[in-house]
Write a protein that binds this ligand. Sequence first.
Ligand code: 8YV
Length: 319
Amino acid sequence: MKDTDILLVKPVPPLIVEALDAAFTLHRLYDEDDPEGWLEANGGRVRGMVCGNFPLDADLLDRLPALEIASNLGVGYDSVDVAAAKARGVMVTHTRSVLDDEVADTAWALVLMTVRGLARADRYVRAGRWQSEGAFPLARHSLKGSRLGIIGLGRIGRNIAARAEASGMEILYHGRHEQADQPYLYYGDLREMARDCDVLLNCAPGGPATEKMIDAAVLEALGPEGYVINIGRGSSMDEAALIAALEAGTIAGAGLDVFEDEPEVPQALRDMENTVLLPHIGSATIPTRTAMFQLVVDNLTGWFGRGEALTPVPEMEGA
Ligand code: 8YV
């Protein structure tokens, strides 16, 4: 494997760099003075790469004609043009499964912080308002008996549903298909589900199919007693519509781990009392990130060592 050329387009964590450096011939495009010139001269030798932190599009794929596999860091692979990769016979893998519980825990914490007002309550104590203003206002909803509408009932969504069940919530879900093996109520129409739930939680993948799917009409259907939570991708939310809905009281509040233009977070969202804002930390613990980094490496060593990718993206299955 040592003579196999692997490309890093952007810097990645040291665990990945060190493991790939030991196993392969590793090229760091970001260290090249003339990346375009390097690609022109050497792109034809590259057989594997790490992706996820830059757009891997048809144009870049064309400059890597010998590429066999792109190993994506993250379960979400919306920065990769999978159709273009597939058309060129390039395998794409992602870091599914190893982060499901971590992301579900973050999602659940965000639900509690937002719906029960816990982040706001913490600020209340710190600002000395408990002494000056008295008891903190009561939360609108108990989780028990409330309805959670999950957008995207995949591995992470099902882990969130398990946590919601433990809290006594009723679970509804929306996705491309009804899942016969799931006990929850399916909605083919997102607006209808928004109308019927108290907490609307997005954990769907990003990309064109989910672009701005949570729009003004969905937020209006959710209504003034409803909360929206997003731990999927910022691109799935119409952020301008969300700000307008929060300002007008169209919905009650929002808990967000992802944003349209990270790390930019609109000042309007930061200024509001009924938002909880996290810096995209769904999977951000040392054990889980270490497992993700290792899986990025294992997909490449599996492919070049045994001809087997461990965790192909769903579009690759049966390809
Ligand atoms: C991180 C994520 O952004 O897995 C994903 O899709 O959104 C996160 O875990 C990341 O990709 C790791 O750097």
